[in-house]
Design a protein around this ligand. Structure first.
Ligand code: 1HN
Length: 350
């Protein structure tokens, strides 16, 4: 509300509001400027979780509750600006999951899309529709919406990964569905690696044939570190870094060449030692994991030091600068793809 009201009108309006309220009616003019802001005003805060600290708490939880008891033994990385919401950004969730040797996290499926980014351990698996993706550090594994998934650890070491899900997005649309498989693990449907050979080689089984096994829109679910790191290295060796991103690669869905899932985009970037990015703002609040190296993130006047396996969340529309003290490799995921589909995505590069 801009122009001043007479005292009399103001008094009568207050009385009007009080009369309307029991009928769930409110004056827009009192709240309009908070609803339609000239630029985004996320209540989320920039925040870093140090891996060593989070890992310690997670292992302590591992002494007290099994994966089967918990269904998923996860520490939620909740944004301090969004208390009580289990949100890392306004639209995305982040957590750290632990599976100890011999454990199984039981099979279920849900409308929510999930990604796993492996932090530690080797040889445990996520099975997607009964196919195991055997995980190594910094592999990306997807469990797209409504695909059955269970996790198991047949290795001798604890396995820890970051879970990234679109939980707040699904909640926003009131579109959550979930169900449990009748047994703890889905029966093995095909040997590990089958999907990569079938769909991950710029080919696909002829549509409508019996060998076209995977859901058409989401065939691929394992993006190994060994492969993406080699591609990123090649990029870094053969050209100049982008001034805002450094050397950056987006993970794609081979079904259409776009983002990995309908609600989540994921990428990796490599910043050469000594590189400082140009400032950039974007509407997609992003969760980053430090894969290699040391550096600093400068976000709206705050300086945050970054070490290997730290998790950093940067909310929508905060000016972000990365400074690489050593060569710095980052993984990041955001809702960029969803915003692009809705015509909302914006960025500003200086
Ligand atoms: C979930 O299904 C997993 O499958 C992990 O590992 C974290 C957080 C909220 C809701 C579902 C998993 C989750 C989740």
């Amino acid at each position: 509300m801009s122009a001043a009201l007479s005292n009399d009108a103001a008094t009568q309006l207050k009385a009007l509001y009080a009369e309307m309220q029991p009928q769930s009616l409110y004056p827009l003019w009192e709240v309009l400027s908070a609803l339609v802001t000239p630029t985004p005003r996320s209540p989320a805060q920039v925040h870093r979780w140090t891996y060593a600290d989070a890992r310690d708490y997670l292992l302590r939880a591992g002494d007290l509750i099994t994966a089967a008891q918990a269904e998923r033994r996860v520490l939620i990385m909740e944004n301090p600006g969004l208390p009580g919401t289990s949100c890392a950004t306004s639209s995305l969730y982040a957590g750290l999951q632990l599976i100890l040797p011999g454990e199984i996290a039981p099979c279920h499926r849900h409308a929510q899309c999930a990604l796993r980014f492996v932090m530690e351990g080797e040889g445990a698996f996520t099975a997607v529709d009964g196919e195991k993706a055997v995980m190594r550090p910094f592999d990306l594994v997807l469990t797209p919406g409504w695909q059955w998934h269970d996790h198991g650890n047949t290795s001798a070491q604890p396995m820890i990964w970051l879970d990234g899900l679109d939980i707040p997005t699904v909640m926003h649309f009131d579109a959550s569905f979930a169900e449990h498989w009748p047994e703890s693990a889905h029966p093995e449907t095909v040997p590990p690696g089958d999907t990569t050979l079938r769909y991950g080689r710029n080919m696909r089984p002829m549509r409508g044939t019996a060998s076209d096994r995977r859901p058409g829109a989401q065939p691929l679910f394992h993006y190994p570190y060994s492969e993406w790191r080699e591609s990123l290295e090649n990029l870094a060796q053969s050209g100049d870094p982008d001034p805002h991103f450094g050397h950056a690669l987006e993970f794609t869905n081979p079904a259409h060449g776009g983002a990995v899932m309908p609600t989540i985009s994921a990428h990796v970037r490599l910043l050469p030692a000594g590189f400082t990015s140009r400032p950039r703002l974007s509407t997609d609040g992003t969760v980053f994991v430090v894969v290699e190296g040391k550096g600093v993130a400068r976000v709206g006047g705050k300086e945050i030091t970054l070490q290997e396996r730290d998790t950093l969340v940067v909310p929508s529309w905060r000016e972000l600068v990365f400074q690489a003290d050593t060569e710095l490799v980052l993984f990041g995921y955001s809702d960029r793809v969803a915003q692009e589909k809705l015509g909302l995505f914006r960025e500003h590069r200086s």
